[in-house]
Design a protein around this ligand. Structure first.
Ligand SMILES: [Zn+2]
Ligand SMILES: [Zn+2]
Length: 589
């Protein structure tokens, strides 16, 4: 972590203490539990069960106390204490007592941290440190804000009591806080759950189950176009489509290691009640099945690389509490691909995937940054494989990033335990960063499944695999794209591309003729012959975010021209139908 990030984290952590201190002013019965720094701010989990609990309306008041106390917090001191002493200080607070027992049983030292010693704002908490040394000086009183209240189980376990979690936002400066608040406001307007509903792309059904999105015809059109785009880009690089079943024997996942590692998250399938000979698993990933296509016949080095692509669903049993919109779902559609190649072919294959990623994301106006996810050499024992192989592979990935002149940074400790990764981060239009495509090297599955080719010497040679989803999960990508573009999809991906709007009944015939010709030319087009006013029809087309609409009135019927109006620009051109079709086809390609 950089020095700058560390300072901000210390500030946020300090503010969690300040929040706790401020809460005690009006709620002396409150039992404090834990309060860490998080992305964008901090929170504190508090038990109010012994008396009144604050609501959203009380946050202002608590914040006021915080600001007042901050001025007196000119120091943050600590003291090592015995477990007995700590138990005395926190007598009656079963949460802190539990923490003290834990620290004691691990044989660690117990420290109490006191801010604003010998002032009216003096406050002591059980903590490990990492605070601002002089909060009054370092923390800007206008750069933090209490945000919201939520419920949270003690230590995240639903068997434990429910606590009140108070969230705060905190930055170095007021400007940064304001910019973030504005981003939140904008994100709310673009929320994919809201826009997805308005645009009629997907829905959920209680009866089907949470986390299982149902895609409408419009949503399916959008997904299909995304998939086609990826497939086209891959085809240029020699990928072929394959198809696997949605269930496979438990033994497959025992060989791959998923069974041992992720058993809890797997959906298990049994054909007959009481029959435990053949336990099946709903596939959580596609790689194990793809290895079996590769291994279905002996492979000569001449046949390599084999490149398999398949857009298909995988299923993972996330906890239902975590499911939200399209970003966390149980049925995940991956535009998955696996390359089976020789070590000597790795670099070329990775570069080809980088090309696909570039073409794909630039189409939607994302700026990409690359994270080189490397191992932590200080914990080398946590990783599988020889040091020299790691060093060589990481060196190659870095060389690729440098040659391609892509902006990159190194994520130490972000590698998988068996190989480094390339993780692409996309900056969206409102300044948020999303992790999108990943290129993952893999020497572990080839080992586990004993995948080889016969080399020039006629010997068996261990091959290497690359996992390379481009959009990643179509659900998550749809969520990111909807919010990035505020639902204004490019022509090619829009579920409905244009609407024909006759001004009055008298124009319906000509409008229908235009509509039919556009349909025949392959466009996804709608005609609005309702009795609504023209203004209302145009507003409906705009609300549905159609890239274009065409208004047909007297003039158009008489001159046999069409005026194409755009969602994105003010321009409206008068064209012949043939000219317009060519223009739209060019744009959609
Ligand atoms: Zn602390
Ligand atoms: Zn894979």
């Amino acid at each position: 972590m950089s020095e700058e990030n560390k300072n901000l984290e210390y500030k946020r952590h300090t503010l969690a203490h300040l929040l706790a201190a401020a809460v005690l002013v009006d709620y002396p019965h409150a039992k404090l539990t834990l309060g860490p720094a998080i992305d964008h701010g901090f929170y504190y989990d508090i038990d109010f069960s012994a008396g009144d609990a604050p609501g959203d309306d009380d946050l202002k008041k608590i914040q006021k106390h915080m600001k007042k106390m901050l001025g007196q917090w000119k120091s943050f001191e600590h003291e090592e204490v015995s477990a007995e002493k700590a138990r005395e200080v926190f007598a009656g607070n079963e949460f802190k007592l539990e923490l003290i027992d834990e620290i004691e049983s691990k044989g660690e030292t117990i420290t109490l941290y006191t801010a604003g010693k010998d002032t009216k704002a003096e406050f002591t908490d059980l903590c490990r440190g990492r605070h601002s040394e002089n909060p009054a000086e370092e923390i800007a009183a206008d750069a933090f804000k209490l945000d919201k209240i939520a419920g949270a189980y003690w230590r995240g376990d639903e068997k434990n009591p429910m606590l009140t979690r108070i969230y705060g936002l905190a930055f170095d400066t007021k400007d940064e806080l304001d910019a973030y608040l504005q981003q939140l406001e904008e994100a709310k307007k673009r929320d994919h759950r809201k826009l997805g509903k308005e645009l009629g792309l997907f829905s959920f059904s209680e009866l089907v189950g949470p986390g299982l999105p149902l895609w409408s015809a419009k949503g399916t059109t959008f997904r299909r176009e995304i998939d086609r785009f990826v497939t086209e880009l891959r085809k240029e690089k020699g990928y072929e489509l394959v198809t696997i079943p949605h269930i496979a024997k438990k033994a497959l996942y025992e060989t791959s290691g998923h069974w041992q590692k992720y058993s809890e998250d797997l959906f298990k399938v049994r054909a007959k009640e009481g029959d435990d000979h053949d336990e099946y698993v709903l596939k959580p990933m596609n790689c194990p099945c793809h290895t079996q296509i590769f291994d279905s016949e002996p492979r000569s080095y001449k046949e390599l690389p084999q490149r398999y692509a398949e857009t298909t669903m995988v299923y993972r049993a996330e906890q239902s509490g975590e499911l939200s919109g399209l970003t966390r779902v149980l049925s995940i559609t991956q535009d998955d691909a696996h390359v089976f190649c020789r070590e000597s072919q790795l670099r070329e294959e990775i570069e080809a995937i980088c090309d696909i990623v570039d073409s794909f994301y630039s189409k939607f106006g994302f700026n990409l940054k690359l994270r080189l996810s490397f191992r932590d050499p200080e914990n080398a024992e946590k990783y599988l494989g020889e040091n020299s192989v790691w060093e060589e592979t990481e060196g190659m990935l870095k060389a690729i990033a440098e040659d391609r002149r892509i902006e990159y940074f190194i994520g130490i400790g972000e590698a998988a335990f068996y190989a480094p990764k390339l993780d692409f981060m996309a900056n969206d239009s409102i300044g948020r960063v999303h992790q999108v495509a990943t290129i993952q090297l893999d020497r572990m599955l080839p080992d586990r499944f004993d995948l080889t080719c016969v080399n020039e010497q006629g010997e068996k040679e261990r091959i290497v695999m690359i996992h390379a989803a481009i959009a990643g999960s179509l659900e998550r990508f749809a969520a990111v794209l909807i919010e990035h573009l505020a639902g204004n999809f490019p022509l090619r991906f829009a579920p409905v591309q244009l609407a024909v709007i006759p001004v009055a009944d008298a124009h319906n015939d000509y409008a229908t003729d235009i509509y039919n010709q556009l349909k025949d030319a392959g466009f996804r087009v709608e005609i609005d012959t309702s009795n609504e006013s023209m203004g209302k029809k145009i507003r409906a087309a705009k609300k549905n975010k159609l890239p274009y609409f065409i208004v047909i009135g007297d003039q158009e019927v008489e001159n046999k021209t069409i005026t194409l109006e755009s969602r994105d620009t003010e321009s409206n051109e008068s064209l012949s139908l043939e000219e317009m079709i060519i223009k739209l086809q060019t744009e959609a390609a």
